[in-house]
Design a protein around this ligand. Structure first.
Ligand code: IPE
Ligand code: IPE
Ligand code: MG
Length: 251
């Protein structure tokens, strides 16, 4: 069952795993008469600030939805700008990730990414693999249903080889073949910019997540907004199917 731990800097229960759908870069820019790319550039700064703050708070895991499978449909020039930005981000942030004990993990169909981005992601994963203080997950070219389909194929292949029986497939086994294997369940899922949908994000992993929708556009997100989301989480009563009294008795 998912648990919550007490952060040294918080007296309220802290989520172990926060996942964010970083939305609204385009609208942020368009509202200022700027090209969409300017919103993505400012969005990268918001990522930096949010990661820094999450690390300061002692969060165990932060997952950021950076680019969905559906986003490949965007104009070629926007996709190229986003890929360039991602590559630059990985280069610029590596020293701070190493210094702060951050382990980077990428989820999504990396084989679809331009070679230079894929290489950079894999280098960053390898260089930061020993980071013990926070896991930063970047969902890039990610779609939760596609990840489930890939996992189902992997299970079918294990069964075909006689390495697995149908009865061996349970929640833990399925979780172990998803790209998020070894990560805790998502406790808090945040979406910025006022949209209230999941857009394919972590359907299995966020099955019992608290949802927080904020009207803030992603480029304006940062330490204060993350604190507000976590404060909202602390006010929720997670009953896990029990009565309020039962849940309270368990603490
Ligand atoms: C989020 O902002 C960034 C990505 C999806 C890559 P958007 O680019 O979706 O911004 P809006 O929703 O058009 O405002
Ligand atoms: C979801 O945002 C994906 C990311 C934040 C990377 P979108 O802006 O692409 O989602 P839709 O199209 O509004 O559902
Ligand atoms: Mg959007």
């Amino acid at each position: 069952m998912p648990t919550a731990f007490q952060s040294p800097s918080h007296t309220e229960p802290m989520p172990r795993h926060v996942a964010i759908i970083m939305d609204g870069n385009g609208r942020w820019a368009q509202g200022r008469g700027l090209p969409r790319t300017a919103g993505h550039e400012k969005g990268a700064e918001a990522v930096r600030e949010t990661v820094r703050h999450a690390r300061r708070l002692g969060l165990e895991c932060l997952t950021l939805f950076a680019f969905s499978t559906l986003n490949w449909q965007r104009p070629t020039s926007e996709v190229r700008d986003l890929m360039d930005l991602l590559e630059r981000f990985l280069v610029d942030e590596l020293p701070e990730m190493l210094q702060n004990g951050i382990r980077l993990v990428a989820i999504g169909e990396r084989e679809l990414l331009p070679a230079k981005v894929r290489t950079r992601l894999e280098e960053t994963e390898a260089r930061t693999a020993h980071g013990k203080d926070m896991t930063l997950v970047l969902a890039v070219s990610y779609d939760g249903r596609r990840d489930l389909v890939r996992a189902a194929r992997q299970i079918a292949e294990l069964a075909r080889r006689g390495e697995l029986l149908p009865a061996d497939v349970d929640e833990a086994q399925l979780a172990s073949v998803l790209s998020t294997a070894d990560l805790p369940d998502v406790d808090l899922l945040v979406r910025t910019s006022g949209e209230k949908r999941l857009s394919g994000f972590l359907p299995f992993e966020a099955c019992y997540a608290e949802l927080h929708f904020t009207p803030i556009h992603w480029p304006d997100f940062g330490a204060e907004a993350l604190d507000a989301s976590i404060a909202e989480f602390a006010r929720r009563h997670r009953r896990f199917g029990m009565t309020g009294e039962q849940a309270a008795a368990l603490g």
